[in-house]
Design a protein around this ligand. Structure first.
Ligand code: SF4
Length: 335
């Protein structure tokens, strides 16, 4: 395919995503609350300016506690918390990075929580308390701290999406932009994150020096429509993936990219649905690109299942254990 054909084809595919039948709007929290310490941070103030420009209601707490997140039951707590963006400072423990094999050498966090409503969400049971979205105002220090974990003559990788979907918050925080620019200047490092979101435009023109891998979380359309509330349609994500992967001279971001098919769910006719998805991927990435591919089956722990069933009591997701294998971690607990 010639360069010109690739550009024309890209335009056609973008139009296709706009015609998708799943309307999507970026998340606008009903409540934005800043802790006193967060307001002392320059990045906290940048977020304050962003959310002010968006006309969102803001509060500044007198101290560093976020209150008012609990309702009369779990459902109401879920509703209140998922509408709340809290800007806080990450605690000192966030500076002791933890390894995360086999994904990356280390994990660090721009935020905790996610505004979407995926009925299998792996964050249920991983994060404690009401599922409010907490963004860390001391991000510049968190980024500087990653330098302590660099090694001479050895590439060190960092994962930034263990406890959030960072692109879901980018319009409110600009945190990914800060992070990508920071890693672009770091020797022997590699940043990766995964997302179900498609608002990649602010990332396209950034200088990343090939240090950031944009990974796109995809699923069969039927699974996404049933289980992934508050996320862009699969076709829109594919268009975003293509944009991020296309070389810069062709108007793309020129990023190394990845595909994460997760969680794979054995819906009726799963072979047909997942084959369609693979065909779609092939059509969207019809040029040479630096690509990784991950396949992840559906799993849950008894704790995360109980929380998810409280949050989504009418879910069609099968939490039965009859056809499942139990995987245990090295301490004997459920994985
Ligand atoms: S997008 Fe990811 S982090 Fe957000 S609710 Fe869905 S599975 Fe959870």
């Amino acid at each position: 395919m010639s360069l010109l054909e690739i550009i024309d084809d890209n335009t056609a595919k973008s139009k296709l995503s706009k015609n998708d039948d799943k309307p999507f709007k970026l998340w606008m929290p009903k409540r934005v609350v800043f802790t006193a310490d967060a307001m002392e941070e320059s990045y906290g103030q940048k977020i304050y300016e962003r959310v002010s420009a968006l006309g969102l209601r803001k509060e500044i707490a007198k101290n560093n506690r976020i209150t008012g997140l609990r309702g009369k039951d779990e459902r109401e707590t879920y509703r209140i918390a998922k509408n709340t963006l809290a800007i806080v400072n990450a605690p000192p423990s966030a500076f002791n990075l933890r390894p995360i094999p086999p994904s990356a050498d280390w994990q660090f966090h721009l935020a905790e929580g996610c505004p979407a409503h995926c009925q299998y969400c792996y964050l249920a049971g991983s994060l404690s308390g009401p599922p409010a979205i907490r963004v860390f105002a001391n991000l510049p220090q968190i980024l500087q701290n990653t330098i302590r974990f660099q090694r001479l003559n050895q590439v060190v990788s960092y994962e930034a999406s263990c406890y959030t979907d960072p692109l879901s918050l980018e319009h409110l925080t600009g945190g990914l932009e800060e992070t990508i620019k920071f890693f672009a200047e770091q020797p022997n490092t590699h940043l990766r994150f995964v997302t179900k979101f498609d608002n990649v435009e602010p990332l396209i023109g950034l200088t990343h020096n090939g240090k950031t891998r944009f990974r796109c979380s995809l699923n069969a359309d039927i699974v996404s429509k049933r289980l992934e509330g508050g996320t862009p349609a699969v076709q829109s994500r594919l268009a975003a993936l293509r944009k991020m992967a296309l070389p810069k001279p062709l108007g793309g971001g020129g990023y190394p990219v990845g595909i994460v098919l997760a969680p794979i769910i054995p819906v009726p006719d799963w072979e047909i649905h997942y084959s369609q998805l693979l065909d779609d991927i092939e059509r969207h990435l019809d040029f040479e690109t630096d690509l990784t591919f991950e396949l992840i089956t559906h799993r849950f722990t008894p704790g995360s299942r109980d929380i998810l069933l409280e949050w989504y009591p009418n879910t069609s997701l099968d939490f039965g254990e009859d056809n499942r294998a139990i995987k245990r971690n090295k301490f004997g607990g459920h994985k």
